[in-house]
Design a protein around this ligand. Sequence first.
Ligand code: ADP
Length: 675
Amino acid sequence: MQIKNKPGIGGPGGMDVEFRQLLEDSAVAVCTCDVKGRLTYFNKAAVELWGRTPYLQNESWCGSWKMYSPDGAPMPLEESPIARIIKSGKEEGKSEINIECPDGTFKNLLVFPRFLFDKNGKLQGAHNTLVDITEQKKDHIKKETLSAIVQSSDDAIISKDLQGIITSWNRGAQEIFGHSEEEVIGRSIKLLIPEERLSEENVILDKIKRGIKIEHFETIRKHKLGGEIPVSITVSPVKDSRGNIVGASKVARDITSRIESQAAMEKYIQNLETLNTVGKSISENLDVQGILQRVTDATTLLTGAGFGAFFYNNSDEKGNSFKLFTLSGAPRKIFDNMAMPRHTDIFLPTFRDKKVMRVDDITKHADFGKNAPFKGMPKGHFSVASYLAIPVISKSGSVIGGLLYGHPEAGKFTEEHELLVVNIAAQAAVSLDNSKLFEQVKSLSEKKDEFIALASHELKTPLTTIKGYLQVLAKKEADKMSQLFVDRSLYQVEKLQTLVEDLLNMSRIESGQLNFNIEVFDIKEMLREIIETFSYSSQSHRVIEDLGNNPVIIRGDRQRIEQAILNLITNAIKYSPKADEIFINLEVVNEKTTVRVRDKGIGLTGEQRQQLFTRFYRAEDTKGISGLGLGLYLTKQIIDRHGGIIEVSSEYGEGSEFSFTLPLAVQELKKEKAI
Ligand code: ADP
C-alpha cells in the first residue's frame, strides 16, 4: 500500500535503501517524475522549499504551488523546465524560475532537470534538483542597486586605502574633478588637493585611522584643468568583515553654486539695506547738495562703478555743457579743467529723451567719438568702457539732471544695477522736487520777515510824531467836538502803536535781537496796577481778582512781563464778547508763582489750542474781532525766555484759562525777610 502524500515514499524503483536515505536527508530539494510527468518522488527539503506536500502520482511535473518565469510571467506546470526536457527529449542545463508558496512567500530557484534511466538504459522519467537562491539574488540586487546609486550620484563618491590611494571613482567624481576612472585608480588622492592644503589629507587620514568620521568639511579641491572647486566633503572609515579599518569612503559635493547663491544673497541683502538707508536719508534731507551727494555715493558703491557723478541739466540752447554737481569715486580735480558733457549723441538720450543708457563698451558705441574737438573722451578723462546713464526726472516731467557712471573695464554694469539706480533716481527726484519747494517757501518767508521788519520800523517813526502832535492838541482848549476827535485819534494811534510794536518785537525775536532789561520786582503790585487801569477803561467787563496778601517777587523784564499779562487780559476780554467778567488769580507754590487769566468766552478746540502760540495764528471763529495773531506768540516767547511755562486749558464755547508760571526771585525774597 502506498501513502501518497508522504515525502520519500514511492520514487524511482530499484533505488537502494542507503541511496534513498541519502536523498531523503539531503539539504538539497530533489524530486522525480515518470515519462508521463507524474510525480514519483520528492524529499523533505523539497517539501520545505515548496511550502507544501504534493500528492505523489496524482500531481505532475513539480510540487510547486505556483510558478513564474524570471520575467514574472506565470509558468504553467506543463511548461516547467522538467516538463520541457521530457517533452522535447533534450536536456537544457540549469534554469532559473520563481515560485510562490501557499503562504504567499516568493522564492528564486535554480533548477537542474535531468533524464532518469533504468538499469537497462531505458528512459524512466526525469529528476530535478532545486536550489533556493533567494538570498543570493537579494544580495546581488542590493549590490547592483548600490552600484547604480553610486554611479548615478552627482556627488563624487571615492574610496581610498589608508595610504590615500584611490580605489574607486564614480561618474560624479569624474564630472566634478574632470579625471576619468582609469586616470585616477591607483593614484594618490593628493592629486585633487591644492598644494597649500596638502596637510589637510594627513589630518583626514589620521582621523580615519582612529575610526573618526569627518562630516561636511568645506574646503577647496582641484579640477584636472587646474581650476579650484569649493566642496563639502564627508569621509567615513571603511571596515573589513572583521571590523578592521582598511580605507575610507569619501563623498564630495560641489558647493560652487551654493557659495555663489550665498554670495548673491548677501549682496542682495546689502543692496537692500543700502537702498533702504539711502531712501530714508534722501527723503529726510531737504538740502539738495546732501541728497545728491548721498545718492551719487551710494549708487557708485552699489554699481561698483569706477566713478559716479550727477550732472545738472542746465545746458543752454546751443547745447553747451551740463553742470557737474556731485562726484563720487574720483577726485574732483580730474574734472576741473575738463570739458563737461554736452548735447552730443551720447548724452542726448539721457538729458533730452529721458532714456536710460547702459552700454558694455561705450568706446565701441556707434555714436561715440563723432564730435569735435575731442572725438571721444577729452585727454586726462577717467578711462571709461562700461557706461551707465540714468535721467533724474522731476514730477513735472522735466529732466533735472543725469546720474552717470563709468568703469574702465567693459561689461561691468548689469540689468540689476540699472534697476537699482533707476529706483534711487526716482526717489531722489521726489526729494529734489520737495527740496526745491522748501527752498522757495523758505526764501518767500525770509522776504516776508524782511518786509515786516522794515515796514514796522518805518511806521514807528511817523506814528510817534503823530502821537506827539495829538498829545499837544489834546492839551489845548478846544470845542467839545474837536476834543472828542482828538481823544479818539489818540486812542487809535495808541492801538496802532501796539500793533507796530508787536510786529517789531516779532522781527526782533526772529532775528534773535529781542533784548531784556532784567530787574527784581513785585508782580503782585504790577497786577494790581494793571487791573486798576482796566477797571477804569473797560466798560464791558469787570475784573474779579484774587492776588493774595503777600508781595510776589520775581526777576525779569518788567515791561515785557507787563506786556504778556496785558496780552492775556486783552484776549480774555476780546474773546468773551457775551460775558461781563474775567478772573485774575495769583498764587505761589514751591518757589514758583502762577498768574491765571480766565474768561467765560468762546473757548478753544483741541486743535486750536495746539496752534495758538504760532506766529499769525488766528482761530477760524475770530471774524469781526481785530488782531494780528501775534500776541500769544510774543507772550510765549517772553515767558519762555524767563524760564517759565505758559499753559492753556479751555472748553469750546465755555471759556478759557491762560496761565503762566515763573520762578520766584528767592534770594531777593530772603534778603527782604532778613531786613
Ligand atoms: P490775536 O488776538 O491778535 O488774534 P493772539 O496771538 O493773541 O492774536 O491770539 C491768537 C488766537 O488765539 C486768537 O486769534 C484767538 O483765535 C485765540 N485766542 C486767544 N486768546 C483767546 C481766548 N481767551 N479765548 C478764545 N480764543 C483765544
